[in-house]
Ligand binder design. Sequence first.
Ligand code: SAM
Length: 358
Amino acid sequence: MGKQEEGFAGLLLYCRAGFEGDLTAELTDRAAAAGLGGFARVQAGAGFVLFEPADGRVAALESVLALEHLVFARQVFPALPALAGLDRSDRLTPIIGQVVAAGWQVESIWHETPDTNDGKALRRLIRALERPLAAVLKRQGVLRAAAHGQRLHVFWCAGDRVQLGLSRPGRRSEWPGGILHLRSPREAPSRSTLKLEEAWHTFIPREAWDERLAQGMQAVDLGAAPGGWTWQLVRRGMYVHAVDNGPMDARLMATTQVEHHREDAFTWEPPSPVRWLVCDIVDKPARVAARMADWLEAGWCREAIFNLKLPMKSRWQTVRQCLGHIEDRLQAAGIGYRLRARQLYHDREEITVHVVRD
Ligand code: SAM
């Protein structure tokens, strides 16, 4: 463990408020699979979890709990013990003291809060403290132009409670709070359109968009109506089979890039293989996962993005079973693939899964 890792209390992870238990179940499971123990400090509805290693080795936990593999986390980085009971008249001195004692050097400072109403109420306080803290840390040599891309996270859990963390490039989300804010396009037939756009930003590197989300590609949208996801595919210049018994948006149909099939999405088969399958059907997650596995196994699509709705209690267990089913099927068929899943910012009681066949 390097000098910089000394003193960490655990990993700080951000999540959607109300999903702290699901994130904790996931972390505990994944750590155990790597032979590590952990203990979560959780408050229901808080929008974050502090996961502490049973043996004090934060670096070991960090290496097995990479953000890329986590479903319910939006952000993760090692953090120092929380500073509680900050004095209203001088909140900065203890913060500066802890950063300097840790010996950190950083290129940027991000003040963040939980994604909750209480968190939003702290924005004014943060605006008042941002500049003075940066000025002092610059003078102290903590904030500098070159520091391996390291970032100081000042996570305000309350007006008198803050937790400091250090993140490195490649291991963290580059979006403040781990949230990608997207503007809802006015012409799109539904707000759900943002889920597919966010999924692309999350799972497909920007430099690969022209190759993998290319004009002229064929796509299938299962459970497409009224057409928010189809609209995204059409915007990329694709031709879309939209499968849904419900009506599709008239303007979208007028593009002539969409063929509407009023059929059951669980039995409909494509006339020929397509590049993309997307699916936003509200149904049992195991049923959707099994159908997605059919498509990927048969080679009817090369890439798939789909939602699994999770109205049940033990969400992590359901996710594990559904993803396990898909992986088992592809492995048994000898098909190479990459699979990732994430509860996106625009996902409510659901997660989004991306699978690409090699
Ligand atoms: N992604 C869409 C958008 O952005 O506009 C919204 C999809 S909506 C959440 C789910 C859709 O799935 C509904 O339009 C419903 O009619 C459709 N659906 C549900 N079960 C289906 C089935 N078995 N076959 C075809 N469509 C189905």
